[in-house]
Design a protein around this ligand. Structure first.
Ligand SMILES: CC(C)(COP(=O)(O)OP(=O)(O)OC[C@H]1O[C@@H](n2cnc3c(N)ncnc32)[C@H](O)[C@@H]1OP(=O)(O)O)[C@@H](O)C(=O)NCCC(=O)NCCS
Length: 179
């Protein structure tokens, strides 16, 4: 079997990585266009760094670059404490298309699961676009279950979403689901 090089998650901020994150998002614009209808711009990156889930402040946010050696292969945003205090909400997991389908998404997620469980978190949650077939398959394969449907509303961006959930235990181990 071919060995996949290990990725690392590097914590970043807008001050030190705004341009790098814009560059990554531009390489991964297929997803951004699906989500917001246009290529990433500085406003999209500002929102990546600053937009908080309802009721939370900016200090709940953590941003990471997925590093493969010196290369930035992806970006991740996590909100601590949304929707429940024990939840980590994955606001965005976005890989450069050149690094997709090679096991790096799973590696990044395994690292997130490990750190979240070690910090005593009980669940990972995220909202996936119903139109994002490949991502839905990825999350299902990685043990995420449907938590609730979040259909488009007259005030929303027009996307139907599925909120998915993965249960962690607090001993730093993972188990599949909490059916
Ligand atoms: C969704 C996303 C994060 C998944 O990451 P990924 O790296 O593509 O997914 P994986 O790590 O699981 O790669 C799995 C695929 O790689 C293949 N693969 C190749 N070598 C592998 C290896 N050594 N280990 C694991 N999988 C490997 C698997 O067979 C699998 O192929 P399949 O998708 O045809 O079944 C990524 O595709 C992405 O950024 N997509 C665009 C943005 C997006 O949709 N984000 C999610 C928003 S909710």
């Amino acid at each position: 079997m071919v060995q996949v090089p290990e990725i690392q998650l590097k914590k970043v901020s807008a001050a030190d990585a705004f341009e790098d994150v814009l560059d990554l998002a531009t390489r991964a614009r297929d997803y951004v266009i699906l989500e917001v209808g246009h290529a990433p711009d500085t406003e999209y990156i500002r929102q990546f760094f600053e937009e908080t889930p309802p009721g939370l402040s900016r200090d709940c946010l953590s941003h990471f670059c997925v590093m493969l050696g010196e290369e930035i292969a992806g970006i991740i945003c996590i909100a601590d404490g949304y929707e429940l205090p024990g939840d980590w909400w994955l606001g965005l997991v976005l890989l450069d298309p050149a690094y997709r389908g090679r096991g790096y998404g799973k590696q990044a997620l395994d690292l997130i699961k490990e750190v979240a469980a070690a910090e005593g978190k009980t669940a990972l949650k995220l909202a996936v676009l119903d139109a994002n077939i490949r991502a839905k398959m990825f999350w299902a394969r990685e043990g995420f279950d449907l938590h609730r449907l979040a259909p488009a509303t007259p005030d929303s961006d027009g996307h139907d979403r599925l909120v998915l959930r993965y249960t962690l235990n607090t001993r730093g181990e993972q188990h599949e689901t909490d059916r």
